[in-house]
Design a protein around this ligand. Structure first.
Ligand code: 5GP
Length: 211
């Protein structure tokens, strides 16, 4: 039987390199599926509808909340972000490991609803490097960068809620590490319920025969 896939939450400070890591993970291995979030944030240059995000307005987003179309959502720096339910459930059922690249409030809501999810926090080696990456990206104003750094400081308070912390100082190493964590998680009994039941039932059959 196909075990359900693992729901993987990847969080990290804005500028930690989550996006690049996830992209590389998807290119390298074929067991992953990436959930595309919905947001009310305006698209950045080069971002495409349905690829980086589903861009929408507040009214439509709130209607989605109302009809339970999102498995979680959060407000981040003045904009809504949320995970559409249908895709995630469908892919997990098909045995894919589904990646959600979301911030901490959403991550905690996912852990509550799906205790078997795997929460990974990606961080640069130090704060100075984070600032350097945010400035270097050149996509945000100084004001937005300040907001994101302040938010990073708040988010650092929640790092203990994650199952693992991955330090991103080398992309390839980081991608491999992440894949190893998922591989290890797959072997945990909470995620092998189907297998456990199957072998237990078989063993019971044998035990009966020996009576
Ligand atoms: P950005 O504006 O830089 O694309 O994203 C800002 C933050 O929102 C990032 O930390 C990102 O991981 C998070 N985010 C993206 N999509 C979602 C989502 O569906 N739900 C939640 N809770 N956070 C999200």
């Amino acid at each position: 039987m196909t075990e359900k896939g693992i729901l993987i939450v990847i969080s990290g400070f804005s500028g930690a390199g989550k996006g690049t890591i996830v992209k590389r993970l998807l290119q390298t291995y074929d067991n992953y599926a990436l959930s595309v979030s919905m947001t009310t944030r305006p698209p950045r240059d080069g971002e495409r509808e349905g690829v980086e995000y589903f861009f929408t307005d507040r009214e439509h987003f709130e209607a989605e909340i109302e009809r339970s179309g999102l498995i979680e959502y959060a407000m981040y720096c003045g904009n809504y972000y949320g995970t559409p339910r249908a895709y995630v459930e469908e892919q997990l059922r098909a045995g894919k490991d589904v990646i959600l690249e979301i911030e901490i409030q959403g991550a905690l809501k996912i852990k509550e609803q799906f205790p078997e999810s795997l929460l990974v926090f990606v961080t640069p080696p130090n704060a100075k490097e984070l600032e350097r990456r945010l400035v270097g990206r050149g996509t945000e104003s100084q004001e937005v960068i300040q907001k994101r750094l302040a938010r990073a400081s708040e988010e650092s308070e929640g790092m203990e809620s994650y199952d693992y912390i991955v330090v991103n100082d080398d992309l390839e190493k980081c991608v491999e590490e992440l894949n190893c964590l998922v591989d290890a998680a797959r072997r945990a009994p909470v995620r092998r319920r189907g297998f456990i039941k199957e072998i237990r039932d078989e063993l019971k059959g044998f035990a009966k025969g020996a009576e």
